[in-house]
Design a protein around this ligand. Structure first.
Ligand SMILES: [Zn+2]
Length: 80
């Protein structure tokens, strides 16, 4: 393993370290639901991108679950 030839001055070290700070992630707001989302990505909350729906939103998933439950209950009632 190589060893640094000369000691780095503190000013040089600090100058290099000036770019080490973590930047906050840049976000944009969803045009449909208005929540903060990553730019150029499908909104994880409502599932839309550029006015089109690509994913099922959380509300849709909840509704689907509720309907499934209702169907299962109805089937159980018929069996009894
Ligand atoms: Zn959205």
């Amino acid at each position: 393993m190589s060893v640094p030839a000369k000691r780095r001055p503190s000013s040089s070290k600090r100058r290099r370290a000036a770019h080490f700070a973590i930047q906050a992630t840049r976000t944009s707001s969803c045009p449909k639901c208005g929540k903060q989302i990553l730019p150029h990505c499908v909104c994880p909350f409502c599932g839309s991108y550029k006015g089109k729906e690509y994913l099922k939103s959380k509300l849709d998933k909840k509704e689907e679950k509720r309907l499934k439950k209702q169907k299962a209950q109805a089937a159980e009632k018929q069996n009894k």
